[in-house]
Design a protein around this ligand. Structure first.
Ligand SMILES: Cc1cc2nc3c(=O)[nH]c(=O)nc-3n(C[C@H](O)[C@H](O)[C@H](O)COP(=O)(O)OP(=O)(O)OC[C@H]3O[C@@H](n4cnc5c(N)ncnc54)[C@H](O)[C@@H]3O)c2cc1C
Length: 432
């Protein structure tokens, strides 16, 4: 049994912060979640997570981890209104201009808004022993030096304060000030890898009618050669949540006619049929995501003790690939495993432990982005060969459900990419 470790502070009560708080309660006496926003149940989105207006797919690897950390998570989401179905059985996916062959994938899809998922995680986390949540409280900086972080400074309803901690976890999202905070205490800031995708989203809710989409719960149209894609998912409240997306500045408009025309330009008609055939609920909401950013803490030779950074604050992925919540879950598991071992060199061990998961997700997303000529970045021979192979996998997936299954299990981070080169699968990919 591991020894209790005192007090941990988690900056940000988003998905990554909640998952981090959950694993910290295994070994810390007290865990304080510090959150800038006021939190109310079932808000569609709040200021700190404006992305919650937009479609959030939960990869099955992430769901499985959440189920492990919070037994009964999937059932609780369903009780709150989520739909659960099997990927490619109750859902459809178009990629490369055609539909993936339907069939069993063994992957579970929990279809809900991001706020429903976050509400379940928050409820379960706040039930844990030793947890405290401070809302309307903003972390302003770190207290410490290059050797150790000892506290954070905050401002909130009780005025400015310093909160001491044995461990500080930054889970404050893609807008994290961690680079500035580290510099202020004389510690080294990490190098950053960046990929400019200039992605634009527009999302709107519509009333769902029985029988639409052949009774299926979601359709995803991956960005085709024109860089446009989207999704329509049947979420709680018997609504369609529709998101349209375009890369490299070709962003969807938010007016009725523009949204409909943009949906009509996708490589499959299903989303357009839903948009023009359903009653809109509220206005369309835009979002602009310019750059995917990976902060390379794993490459630093020294870290201040008492601080780790996870979630989007460490790596903010292009959201098209729905990886962010799942990578946050994988990082939480890496943190749990490091804490279960020893206290020595926690940050270095954590960044090394999380690096494989982050690197794989980054590589899958960047590889896909680099298929678009307009995305600037180095295309190594390996990237180009991988993209040729992935293109072939996708084409075969249109007619072979077993290859579609293998492909989606890799995309859901459930199976490693090597599963696609297992002899039986590779034969089907190359010879079919
Ligand atoms: C448009 C869009 C669509 C996405 N779609 C998907 C998807 O389909 N699937 C998927 O898995 N992921 C998706 N993501 C990514 C996903 O939202 C995040 O990866 C995931 O929520 C983990 O983020 P996080 O918890 O690190 O940060 P966030 O969710 O951004 O949470 C950060 C929290 O910190 C708080 N905070 C910020 N600064 C401070 C401070 N100084 N003091 C106190 N509190 C602070 C904020 O209020 C917020 O609550 C999408 C992202 C975007 C932008």
């Amino acid at each position: 049994m591991t020894q209790a470790r005192g007090h941990a502070i988690v900056i940000g009560a988003g998905v990554a912060g909640l998952l981090a708080a959950r694993v910290l309660t295994d070994t810390f006496d007290r865990v304080t979640l510090v959150e800038r926003d006021e939190l109310t149940a079932n808000e569609t989105a709040r200021r700190g997570v404006a992305q919650a207006w937009h479609l959030h797919g939960l990869l099955d690897r992430g769901r499985r981890i959440m189920e492990q950390l919070y037994p009964g998570f999937t059932g609780e989401a369903v009780a709150d209104g989520a739909t659960v179905t099997e990927v490619l059985v109750g859902t459809r996916w178009y990629i490369g201009g055609a539909r993936l062959a339907a069939g069993s994938t063994g992957l579970t899809s929990v279809i809900a808004t991001r706020s429903l998922l976050e509400t379940v995680l928050r409820r379960r986390t706040l039930e844990l022993r030793g947890i405290e949540l401070l809302t309307r409280t903003t972390v302003r900086g770190l207290v410490g030096d290059a050797q150790r972080v000892r506290a954070v400074t905050v401002s909130g309803p009780a005025g400015p304060q310093t909160l001491t901690a044995d461990l500080v976890v930054d889970a404050s999202g893609r807008g994290s000030r961690i680079t500035q905070w580290l510099t202020e205490i004389g510690a080294e800031a990490p190098a950053e890898a960046r990929l400019d995708v200039d992605l634009g989203y527009a999302s709107r809710f519509f009333r769902h009618r029985p029988g639409q989409l052949g009774g299926q719960a979601s359709v995803i149209v991956s960005t085709g050669a024109n860089g446009r894609g989207g999704g329509a998912v049947r979420v709680e409240g018997d609504r369609w949540h529709v998101t349209l997306a375009g890369m490299l500045g070709d962003h969807p408009p938010t007016d009725d006619a523009g949204l409909g025309d943009y949906a009509a330009s996708l490589s499959a008609p299903d989303i357009h049929t839903i948009v023009v055939g359903s009653e809109p609920l509220g206005e369309a909401v835009p979002y602009r995501f310019r750059t995917a950013v990976r902060r390379r803490f794993d490459r630093q030779s020294a870290h201040p003790a008492g601080l780790v950074v996870l979630g989007d604050a460490q790596c903010a992925f292009n959201p098209l690939y729905a990886q962010g919540m799942t990578v946050a879950a994988l990082q939480a598991v890496a943190l749990r495993d490091c804490l279960a071992a020893t206290d020595t060199d926690l940050p270095a061990r954590f960044y090394a432990g999380a690096a494989d998961a982050v690197a794989l997700a980054w590589q899958l997303a960047a590889g896909s982005d680099l298929r678009h000529r307009g995305v600037e970045g180095r295309r190594t021979l390996r990237t180009r060969l991988t993209n040729v192979f992935v293109g072939r996998v996708q084409r075969v997936s249109h007619r072979d459900p077993r290859v579609a299954r293998a492909f989606l299990r890799v995309a859901h981070l459930v199976d490693p990419p090597a599963a696609l080169t297992a002899p039986g699968t590779l034969r089907r990919i190359l010879l079919s």
